[in-house]
Design a protein around this ligand. Structure first.
Ligand code: GTP
Ligand code: MG
Length: 370
């Protein structure tokens, strides 16, 4: 197994060896500076000290996954991926539903089919926008913590009759931490006690300066109930997207992120994925987290079988051998052997990490009982 000396570990983190020794001591392990510890313990120490760990062996096994740069000449514009956030009951889901009704394509096909975690609409001008309905901010944070950056723009929904509330503030700090541009939707404008000016002033207290107050955050007065302002909101999102100049290579092997996944009785594991680059097609061998499979079918957000899914497209994937986790990044690989190599390695790391954690916990427990 991989090991590292305490001195080495300290050097790599630019920490003092004595601090590493102290930390291990707290966990019931006595070491001197020249001792070696195993990789899992080293990782726990490093994480405890606030470092991000990248295991070299993992880099070897996963070489070529996710870090192959796109070819400049292959880059093509892609639709923006928009996440809606805001305080509970301020109308996030209602807004998403109302926006979906403006979809010229789905409208023709018979309107809303079911509630799903992600969908793409085509605006009257023919532009596409992908919307993601993350179930609460916790999911957003978890995805970010795992290195999955899926959102290009956050729409902050604030109810005009309620104003800035705790989860509004939370959403603001999430968007800021993720470095994602934000657009404000002041919702429920149809309500008699709607007070958008109050919302603007309260936002200012949280360092969000909207356009009408001289700032550069786009703001839109909307109503999910009446549909007021939705067209303008969509135009605003497209404008914001234009500034971001979003591009991806649609030709390479597909990569992206699992948005949600569940085990379906009849169909087996079903994963909703967001393709972020490349083209995903039936027959592809796909790896996500510690799971892999051969894509048996791709299903669109309206429930139809599709032959391909390109950048920014949210599709359901059938064919995984197990259920991946939300936030897992996925990639198409060249062979089943390669898929097995990667997933077996990841499964082993997962097991070993759990075991290391358990032994560290035993250490600190023994400590406490002393
Ligand atoms: P959570 O998912 O629970 O955080 O709530 P949400 O933000 O998704 O809010 P949701 O869309 O479920 O709406 C909450 C309530 O507000 C529902 O009763 C909606 O009918 C109502 N509502 C949402 N948008 C509007 C609006 O524009 N006008 C009015 N009058 N009511 C609205
Ligand atoms: Mg909701």
């Amino acid at each position: 197994p991989e090991t590292i000396t305490i001195q080495d570990l300290a050097n790599r983190m630019a920490e003092r060896a004595v601090d590493v020794i102290k930390l291990l001591m707290k966990q019931g392990q006595i070491h001197k500076i020249t001792d070696t510890i195993d990789a899992d313990t080293a990782q726990l120490v490093a994480e405890e000290l606030g470092h991000t760990v990248r295991r070299v062996a993992e880099a070897d096994v996963l070489e070529g996954l996710f870090d192959e740069p796109d070819l400049e000449e292959h880059l093509e514009p892609r639709p923006p991926v928009v996440t809606i956030m805001g305080h509970v009951d301020h109308g996030k889901t209602s807004l998403l539903d109302a926006i979906r009704k403006t979809d010229v394509v789905a409208g023709e096909a018979g309107g809303i089919t079911q509630h799903i975690g992600a969908y793409q609409i085509t605006t009257p001008s023919g532009a596409k926008i992908t919307f993601i309905d993350t179930p609460g901010h916790a999911a957003f944070t978890a995805m970010r913590a795992r290195g999955a950056k899926i959102t290009d723009i956050v729409v902050l929904v604030v109810a005009a009759d309620d104003g800035v509330m705790p989860q509004t503030v939370e959403a603001i700090s999430h968007a800021k931490a993720a470095g994602v541009p934000m657009v404000v939707a002041i919702n429920k404008m149809d309500k008699p006690d709607a007070n958008p000016q109050r919302v603007r002033t309260e936002l200012l207290q949280h360092n969000i300066q909207v356009e009408s107050m001289g700032g550069d955050t786009l703001e839109f007065e909307v109503s999910a109930l009446t549909g007021q302002g939705l067209d303008t909101l969509l135009e605003g999102l497209l404008l914001q997207a234009e500034v971001l100049d979003l591009k991806a290579d649609p030709l390479r092997n597909a990569e992206g992120t699992v948005i949600e996944a569940k085990l379906d009785r009849g169909r087996g594991p079903v994963a909703t994925v967001l393709v972020q680059r490349g083209l995903l097609e039936p027959g592809d061998i796909i790896v996500a987290g510690a799971e892999w499979g051969r894509v048996r079918a791709l299903i669109s957000d309206t429930g139809e079988m599709i032959e391909e899914a390109g950048p920014s497209y949210p599709a359901q994937v059938l064919g995984f051998n197990g259920t991946p986790d939300a936030g897992d990044r996925f990639a198409v690989v060249e062979s089943e052997a390669r898929a097995r190599e990667i997933t077996e390695y990841r499964a082993r790391v997962k097991r070993e990490r759990a075991a290391a954690r358990a032994s560290v916990n035993r250490g600190s427990l023994a400590d406490m009982m002393r």
